[in-house]
Design a protein around this ligand. Structure first.
Ligand SMILES: CC(=O)SCCNC(=O)CCNC(=O)[C@H](O)C(C)(C)COP(=O)(O)OP(=O)(O)OC[C@H]1O[C@@H](n2cnc3c(N)ncnc32)[C@H](O)[C@@H]1OP(=O)(O)O
Ligand SMILES: CCCC(=O)O
Length: 443
């Protein structure tokens, strides 16, 4: 088998490749590190001749030309937002696409998310005609299966990552391809703050040897990663939606062996990766790691097979009823549901599952005013990411608030105990007015 002739026949320039896009089409860019840079620029250059083209993607890490140069012709619809995506939404150039992450693949398969053209970055072809999907497995197989036309942007900087379904695309499935040597975008995790470190210290005693760990984004998971790296904990397993540098720190410290995992033993599993170039090099042809579809990684049926599973994610605000908002600030869109509800739900199903949602107790706005993240009730349009029926333990720098199985007055008391002291009295009065404060509650 020699696929080099087919490769040459399908090779074209970005401008030639994007000619297939018509007004009214839905174009899919895969997500985050796999967004095709040259094809995006070539498509944006056609803005004067196109109208009402919809782009689907997520978590952009560098400017999208169709958004920045194609206003009026292209509408960008992210499934999940990076800082850049939320600025596009703030500017009215993009519109969030709500989703449950484990189900996104089925949105494509069931026809709710049509795809006229798929274009994405992949690593160079191997001897068998396969292009690795590299850092983004996610739901690429579902998109490939339904896309009417597939264009690859082949880039030697995309690591070749082994995996299950969705880890590669064969040249026979592809309509055309272009070549690129653009750097794959990197994302540096925010430095951990003193508050992050305090939260990590509350969670740390809940961890044990042999656990399987899912870490979300942000400074707090990094702080926890650093604590674990310096601890005596051993034989940790990785099963995570997002692989970022926090895990690389744990691998480098010898903490992750994956040998105690009940499933996928010996393999660290992720669905999307973004972080440093060092992380991408670590993933390249690493047989100890595999990428898998989000529909597998995030599914409660998968997660429940782990006995000792620990899930740690961030949130933005919560109310005294135990509802958690992790994706908006009032009506301002911030990030997305992502895998939060998937992991909270799945972890509850595990024999010894422990899920934590973490946030600082207060937020300082751009004018310097300090607000409590713990609110009496949500009234400003905040989106509920984790409903109170599924909410696990909440952690701030003042401690942990257990919620599962507790009546309203106990939930409210636990939540107020982890609020910033300056806001506690007002919260107690609100709880009383809302009828969720019992006369014997501690003050
Ligand atoms: C990868 C995984 O996590 S896997 C599965 C889990 N997925 C999830 O949990 C998804 C939902 N969670 C998240 O997206 C994140 O954990 C977040 C958004 C809650 C926290 O992430 P961080 O990176 O620590 O958020 P950060 O503190 O930088 O705030 C993000 C933005 O929200 C704004 N913001 C945060 N809290 C508030 C608030 N209470 N009021 C107003 N704005 C706020 C910040 O100002 C910032 O906006 P800016 O970029 O315009 O300045
Ligand atoms: C890739 C990050 C999406 C999420 O927060 O779940």
């Amino acid at each position: 088998m020699d696929f080099s002739q087919e490769y040459q026949e399908k090779l074209c320039t970005p401008a030639e490749a994007v000619k297939v896009v018509k007004s009214g089409d839905w174009v899919d860019y895969s997500q985050t590190c796999s967004i095709p840079v040259k094809l995006d620029a070539a498509l944006a250059a056609r803005h004067a001749e196109l109208a009402d083209v919809n782009i689907r993607s997520s978590i952009t890490m560098q400017p999208l030309k169709v958004v920045e140069e194609g206003e009026g012709s292209f509408t960008y619809n992210p499934w999940h937002c990076s800082g850049m995506d939320r600025r596009y939404i703030d500017q009215g150039k993009a519109f969030f696409n709500p989703m449950m992450f484990r189900n996104v693949g089925s949105y494509y398969r069931k026809g709710y998310a049509p795809v006229d053209v798929l274009m994405l970055t992949v690593s160079p072809m191997d001897a068998y005609g396969n292009f690795s999907t590299g850092l983004t497995n996610c739901c690429v197989q579902d998109i490939v299966d339904v896309a009417k036309y597939i264009i690859l942007e082949v880039n030697p900087n995309m690591p070749r990552v082994y995996g299950t379904t969705g880890d590669h695309i064969h040249i026979s499935q592809v309509n055309c391809l272009v070549e690129s040597d653009e750097a794959i975008p990197t994302a540096m995790a925010p430095a951990a703050t003193e508050i992050d470190r305090k939260i990590a210290e509350y969670i740390f005693p809940e961890l044990s040897d042999g656990m399987t760990l899912q870490l979300g984004i942000g400074g707090m998971p990094n702080a926890l990663g650093a604590l674990v790296a310096e601890s005596d904990l051993k034989d940790i397993g990785m099963h995570t939606e997002l692989m970022s540098d926090g895990y690389l720190t744990l691998y480098k410290a010898g903490k992750i062996t994956n040998m105690k995992k009940e499933i996928d033993r010996g393999k660290g599993v992720f669905s999307i990766a973004n972080g440093s170039r060092e992380l991408y090099d670590f993933l390249n042809e690493n047989q100890g790691i595999y990428s898998a579809p989000i529909g597998y990684v995030n599914h409660p049926e998968t997660i429940k097979q782990f006995k000792n599973f620990v899930s740690i994610n961030g949130c933005i605000a919560m109310d005294l009823y135990g509802q958690v908002c992790s994706e908006s600030a009032g009506t301002r869109h911030i990030s997305g549901t992502g895998g939060q509800l998937d992991f909270v739900t799945g972890t509850f199903e595990c024999v010894n599952g422990k899920a934590f949602l973490a946030m600082s107790s207060t937020f300082k706005d751009k004018k310097g005013t300090v607000h409590s993240r713990i609110l009496p009730k949500f009234t400003q349009g905040d989106i509920i990411t984790t409903p109170r029926t599924q909410v696990p333990t909440i952690v701030t720098e003042y401690g942990m608030a257990h919620q599962v199985g507790l009546p309203t007055w106990m939930r409210a008391e636990n939540i107020i105990n982890i609020a910033h002291p300056d806001f506690r009295e007002d919260l107690i009065q609100a709880a009383e007015a809302q009828g969720i404060w019992r006369h014997s509650n501690k003050r």
